[in-house]
Write a protein that binds this ligand. Structure first.
Ligand code: SF4
Ligand code: SF4
Length: 458
């Protein structure tokens, strides 16, 4: 299945290889006392000893949300904002005492309560925090598409065979018995999901191999033909979007009793010594990830991005950052803000480019560089329309950007800035290095605020 716009990335240095590694057990972890907007209460006291997997945080608002301790150790500090644990470096963890290899025979409520007690609801990132929320879900869309510049070598076998993944699907079936399931996949990986034990429980939709097909709003649009987010910003709660890894970890929780002590995080980019997928304990200091997984910074400063290269946030202070339950990607690329004189005259063997102007287009087998791509700063719009061509939702980013820059944002609502999914492709292809997506996001926010004000006035 295809869609207008989008972009195919291939051959970037630092692309994650299809392997799953264990990150080093951190000597300490820090976890914020709020999850997906819900305040969490500490169930232990400072100085107490905890083992990995034991309940550490819970929510008074929703009794179902529990976060287990990610490591074995002691409670070092509890503040108004976070809890910090000192670890003893051991890898063991406590499994749920009643886990069974066939949890689908359990009563739905019993399965839900065991799943929640092991931290499983954290996988739903706030979308399902109680059995009542689960009852609203009618469709589960599994996002198994990987088309970004660093993750397109991914293979579903990274987390094991079809049996392990099917356990995850069966777990979802137990928790959400009334929901249909569809898995959106890349062409090359479709065979894995068509294995009998998966295909008998979920439909498989083969989607485009262009970025940003994997965006939640596009994967919902292209698998079940529905709008996930309305123009006013409201989300359809009958649809739950989960990643391949969420499904795999859901299966682990109920079938092996392994609590949610870690997340599977892609750590990739030219700054990573062994780019791939890592099990990272929740709350791990980014400084530990940098020390153990990054290449030396002696010659090149790295830009560390929490998230993918287009949509993630640049980490300004690595020493004050810790992985959170929702983290699934760390990208490490070159910081490259210096101006290159007569850059347009260089052959650029290793520089990706949307228009066919670089030698790299003719030599696709050469590894491509990935950097912050500023090279001298913003220039005027040259009306090339590349941003319009590449936009996957068919809006006109440069027209919206122009309205925002001349302070006539209300005039651009008819160009539907609220349809923007924030993929960042318009910024990537713009030869003038204009931050177009930021302007589109600003127009979308103004639209939504205007609607709220109008509705309140009615
Ligand atoms: S306008 Fe939004 S959806 Fe379109 S390319 Fe830019 S960031 Fe992506
Ligand atoms: S890609 Fe950049 S230069 Fe080209 S039309 Fe869009 S904003 Fe203008």
């Amino acid at each position: 299945m295809g869609f207008r716009g989008g972009y195919t990335f291939r051959g970037f240095e630092g692309t994650a290889q299809a392997s799953l590694y264990e990150a080093e057990i951190p000597s300490s972890v820090r976890i914020p006392l709020v999850f997906a907007g819900t305040p969490l209460t500490v169930t232990k006291t400072a100085g107490e000893t905890v083992s990995a997997g034991e309940s550490l945080l819970s929510s008074e608002k929703s009794e179902s949300i529990t976060l287990p301790s990610p490591i074995n150790g002691t409670i070092a500090e509890i503040t108004d904002e976070y809890i910090e644990l000192s670890g003893n470096g051991t890898t063991s963890f406590s499994r749920h005492p009643d886990h069974t290899r066939a949890p689908w025979h359990l009563d739905k409520n019993e399965a839900f309560s065991r799943f929640a007690a092991s931290g499983g609801l954290v996988l739903f990132n706030g979308a399902v925090a109680s059995p009542e929320d689960a009852a609203v879900v009618r469709t589960i869309v599994v996002n198994a598409v990987h088309n970004g510049p660093l993750d397109n070598a991914w293979k579903p076998g990274v987390t094991g065979g079809t049996h392990e993944f099917a356990n995850g699907i069966r777990t979802l079936e137990t928790l959400f018995p009334d929901a249909s399931k569809v898995i959106g996949v890349n062409t090359k990986n479709a065979g894995f999901y068509r294995a009998a034990d998966i295909a008998e429980r979920a439909n498989v939709a083969v989607l485009s191999d262009k970025y940003p097909q994997e965006h939640d709003r596009l994967i919902v649009r292209d698998t079940i033909g529905t709008t996930l987010v309305a123009p006013d910003g409201s989300r359809d709660h009958s649809i739950l979007v989960l990643s391949h890894f969420d499904v795999f970890q859901a299966g682990e929780i109920l079938t092996t009793g392994r609590p949610l002590i870690d997340r599977i995080v892609m750590v990739a980019g030219p700054g990573v010594s062994r780019p791939g997928w890592y099990r990272v304990r929740i709350g791990t200091p980014f400084a530990d990830i940098k020390r153990t997984l990054f290449k030396s910074e002696e010659r090149i400063p790295w830009r560390i991005i929490r998230g993918n290269v287009f949509e993630g946030n640049v980490l300004e202070d690595v020493d004050e950052a810790f992985t959170e339950p929702a983290d699934n990607t760390v990208s490490v690329i070159r910081e490259e803000a210096t101006r290159t004189l007569f850059r347009f005259m260089l052959p650029m063997f290793a520089q990706d480019s949307y228009p066919v102007v670089t030698a790299a287009k003719a030599l696709p087998f050469l590894p491509k560089r990935l950097d912050s791509n500023v090279h001298g700063g913003v220039r005027p719009c040259v009306q090339c329309n590349y941003c319009d061509e590449v936009c996957p939702v068919g809006i006109y980013p440069h027209i919206i950007w122009k309205h925002v820059t001349v302070d006539s944002v209300e005039q651009c609502f008819r160009f539907r800035p609220f349809d923007c999914v924030g993929c960042g492709l318009c910024d990537y292809v713009c030869p003038s290095k204009i931050a177009i997506s930021g302007a589109v996001a600003e127009a979308s926010t103004v639209y939504r605020n205007t609607r709220k004000t109008d509705e309140a006035a009615d």
